[in-house]
Design a protein around this ligand. Structure first.
Ligand SMILES: Nc1nc2c(c(=O)[nH]1)N[C@H]1C(S)=C(S)[C@@H](COP(=O)(O)OP(=O)(O)OC[C@H]3O[C@@H](n4cnc5c(=O)[nH]c(N)nc54)[C@H](O)[C@@H]3O)O[C@H]1N2
Ligand SMILES: Nc1nc2c(c(=O)[nH]1)N[C@H]1C(S)=C(S)[C@@H](COP(=O)(O)OP(=O)(O)OC[C@H]3O[C@@H](n4cnc5c(=O)[nH]c(N)nc54)[C@H](O)[C@@H]3O)O[C@H]1N2
Ligand code: SF4
Ligand SMILES: [Mo]
Length: 745
């Protein structure tokens, strides 16, 4: 990890320079407004320090000068009139009412320290939970805050942690590492690197990279690679722009991806289309897998998945012929209850066909510094660590995952089992509008707590519903930041160029509060000093890296052949057997099925056919929208103009059957609840299903009606029921009916 091994993008100008009247600062975009990626940006500020425009940095190999609409319009977000500008408090008896009082940062910190320390003294530190939303620039700082306070309950309040983590958990448990599609992102010279090979085919599975740019993968790379000859296969129920350009498109019924992958495995294995040498040398349990896939003959799988048998065979043949093939998967794999075996089956397809760690295949990404998995976990005593909620019921959580199990936390909030929660810290999340299933239950449970703090960039329905103190956070142009882990595959720096109100960065807030809870755990003067500490193994200070970033590490393919994947330096993979475990010894130890399987989503046409009369449509939710990140951007005029209302996509044939038409407002309803949507009649949707936006609220509506969140939130229909491993949840597979909204509703 020494400096001399790194390489840097070439820059023609210093990271800060003048362009006429404007100052240009190079940097990277990473929250808020939210996004997982951190594309290279050039931030333009005027003489007064106001952010006036943003451009993509053409010298950053990651995005090569390109930006999507959310970054291009960041100045409208940063400078928005409705930003939270200073800390505020509210009397707990006024929760739900718009009765806020401005306070100073000192007063806010004093109040939080007094209340949380009192809870700690009376009930133990574990009875305060520290919660973040989707992956932003926060995990390291909030987990350290929790641990330095003494609480093991660092939380992510998504049922079944059903975003990214099921795929990561599954791969780590069965191979010892997480794997990503090789789009040359690890090389500074990208597609031109002599070691790189353009994949022959990319399987895009339950992911839409062009709008979502998720998990470190920039969607434009698919287009870059298609221009260089790569073909694609799409596994998506919807006819998307990419699916329409695919070699094969498998329009899978939501929630049946595991069956589809097992059917493809059946073809690859029974027709002996696999890589025999790799299987013999580097995998464990192939014979057991072979036996298991006999339960999934293609004709049966075709019936389950709605995908014709011929297409399943064709996709398996394309996979076997493509040398190399790669796979870019996404959220739809996680958002089914038994997501762990789904990801296990999908990943196995790529291992047994010889695509592991080859150029253009699926690769183990490099990390500049190993800090993403926890920065300060040693601060938590063994005694406190054992109190983590869900640890006993979900052994997989012991395997490198530090979160408390989300459904178990919700249960603790509701019932006080295994113990009562008294205080909560929510940073970068809007549960009542977005992340929580059954949001009313979440609200009612959190309202019972003694003290609740939120940190956000805008007022939200969640804050209005339950918070006692709210702290104003900075957007990325207002702060310094560092990205050297977290699957980033490169080192990026974020540079502060402007200041809005009294806003502070999330890490500054956590540092300042952490110092008050436990000064020894936070010995740094300021945030830059803390970053320099993190960068210590590299020999850089934060400022030095800012001049040079992005920074790239050396990268090797087939590290398992060189003893570079295991901590003990032995050849092979970081598992008990040293091999890729097609039959997982870890799952076996954890009391889970060691082999992949499919379970019918319930309710669903397979599990509960008797419900179809009342709820005839399969419902998937939350396919991403270009201009909005989850519940964000509803108040940003130009972004909202691109999607003014929450929509549901319905096939025109289905509209006729239901007596509804394009533009009508309907209720989407199941046995748990309902939400309003505007109908978008479109032939891209299968007539047997509908696809519904998530995370809607109306910042323009009444705060005391929580900005219409309960009329609009599709999670009114989603239960808190995780997969048996503790990972996975049915957000993308339910049943529903549609009927018109009446006047005045
Ligand atoms: N039905 C359905 N529900 C879903 C999904 C789905 O597909 N279907 N997807 C789920 C998934 S995958 C996820 S990850 C969750 C996400 O759920 P959340 O994380 O709750 O989503 P957001 O709406 O992005 O909430 C983030 C909040 O943080 C604020 N924020 C943005 N940037 C910053 C920042 O830098 N600092 C601070 N302090 N605050 C910031 C925003 O203003 C916003 O209020 O939603 C889940 N909900
Ligand atoms: N613009 C924007 N970008 C985002 C976000 C955002 O809110 N807005 N959120 C970020 C977050 S936290 C995440 S987790 C990612 C998620 O981003 P993705 O992984 O791309 O997931 P989705 O957009 O939810 O769905 C992708 C595709 O899955 C299809 N699909 C639906 N159900 C199923 C199914 O059961 N099986 C299969 N195979 N396909 C299905 C949908 O039709 C859709 O085309 O996006 C991230 N990026
Ligand atoms: S993917 Fe889009 S929103 Fe995310 S950092 Fe890149 S340009 Fe910005
Ligand atoms: Mo997510």
């Amino acid at each position: 990890m020494e400096e001399r091994h790194w390489s840097y993008a070439e820059h023609t100008k210093p990271f800060k320079h003048q362009e006429g009247e404007l100052t240009v600062t190079r940097g990277s975009a990473w929250s808020g407004p939210g996004c997982h990626l951190g594309c290279g940006v050039l931030l333009y500020t005027d003489k007064s320090g106001k952010l006036v425009k943003v451009e993509g940095d053409p010298e950053n190999p990651y995005n090569d000068g390109r930006l999507c609409v959310r970054c291009l319009n960041i100045n409208e977000v940063t400078n928005h009139k409705d930003r939270l500008l200073y800390p505020m408090k509210r009397d707990p008896k006024d929760r739900g009412q718009n009765k806020w009082e401005r306070i100073s940062w000192e007063e806010a910190y004093d109040l939080i320290v007094e209340k949380f320390n009192k809870i700690k003294e009376e009930n133990g530190a574990e009875s305060v939970i520290f919660t973040q939303g989707t992956g932003r620039d926060i995990a390291q700082w909030i987990s350290r805050l929790a641990w330095s306070f003494g609480s093991p309950n660092y939380c992510y309040p998504l049922s079944g942690a059903a975003c990214y983590l099921p795929r990561v958990a599954g791969m780590v448990a069965t191979t010892g590492n997480y794997w990503v599609a090789d789009a040359s992102q690890q090389f500074i010279d990208r597609y031109d690197n002599p070691e790189y090979k353009v994949p022959e085919t990319m399987f895009i599975w339950g992911n839409y990279p062009l709008t979502s740019n998720s998990d470190g993968f920039y969607g434009h790379w698919v287009i870059d690679l298609m221009k260089r000859g790569m073909k694609i296969v799409c596994i998506d129920p919807k006819i998307t722009w990419l699916a329409a350009r695919a070699e094969e498109h498998l329009r899978v019924r939501p929630g049946t991806d595991a069956a589809l992958a097992l059917g493809m495995l059946n073809v690859v294995i029974n027709e002996e289309l696999y890589d025999k040498d790799f299987i013999k040398e580097w995998t464990y349990g192939f014979d057991q897998l072979k036996e298991r896939v006999q339960d999934y003959p293609v004709d049966k799988v075709a019936e389950i998945t709605w995908v014709p048998a011929e297409k399943i065979r064709n996709a398996a043949h394309i996979l076997a012929k493509s040398k190399p093939a790669t796979m870019q998967w996404g959220l739809a794999v996680d958002m089914t209850k038994e997501s762990l075996p789904a990801s296990q089956a999908i990943a196995a397809l790529f291992y047994i066909t010889g695509n592991a760690d080859v150029p253009g295949g699926v690769i183990v990404p490099p990390e500049l510094l190993p800090y993403s998995g926890g920065f300060g976990r040693e601060l938590l005593s063994q005694e406190q660590a054992e109190k983590r909620i869900g640890l006993k019921d979900y052994p997989l959580l012991q395997y490198g995952f530090q979160i408390a199990q989300p459904d178990a936390v919700q249960k603790a909030l509701e019932t006080g089992v295994p113990y009562k929660i008294h205080g909560a810290w929510y940073q970068t999340t809007n549960p009542v509008a977005c992340i929580a299933a059954e949001p009313k239950k979440w609200e009612e449970a959190v309202k019972k707590l003694d003290f609740v703090v939120f940190v956000d960039i805008f007022m939200t329905p969640s804050i209005m519903a339950v918070a006692d103190v709210v702290l104003p956070a900075a957007t990325f142009p207002e702060r310094d930041g560092l990205r050297v882990g977290d699957g980033a595959q490169r080192g990026e720096v974020i540079n502060k160029v402007t200041q809005i109100g009294e806003c502070k960065s999330d890490m500054q807030i956590n540092l300042e509060l952490g110092k008050r809870f436990n000064p020894e755990a936070w010995p740094w003067e300021d945030v830059q000093d803390m970053f320099t500490h993190i960068l210590k193994p590299t020999g850089f200070t934060f400022q030095e890296l800012a001049e040079k970033a992005p920074a790239y590490m050396p990268f090797n393919y087939k590290r398992y052949e060189k003893g570079l994947l295991r901590q003990d330096g032995e050849l092979g993979f970081n598992t008990a057997t040293g091999k890729i475990e097609l039959y997982s010894t870890f799952y076996e130890m954890a009391g889970l099925d060691p082999l992949p399987y499919f379970e019918e989503p319930s309710p669903g046409p397979g599990a509960t056919p008797e419900l179809l009369e009342e709820y005839p449509l399969v419902l998937t939710t939350g396919a991403r929208i270009w201009s909005m990140f989850h519940s964000e951007h509803r108040q940003i005029e130009r972004n909202r103009a691109l999607r003014p209302d929450p929509e549901i996509e319905v096939n025109p044939e289905t509209c006729t059957k239901m007596g509804i038409k394009d533009g009508d407002w309907v209720w989407v309803e199941n046995q748990r609840g309902r939400a309003q949507r505007k109908v978008k009649a479109t032939p891209v949707m299968d007539p047997r299903m509908v696809s519904c936006d998530h995370a809607w609220w109306r910042p323009e509506a009444s705060p005391e009606n929580l900005y219409d969140v309960y009329e609009l939130n599709v999670n009114n229909l989603v239960p808190w029921i995780p997969g048996r491993s503790g990972f996975g949840s049915n957000f993308k597979t339910m049943l529903c009916k549609l009927y018109k909204v009446k006047d005045g509703e």
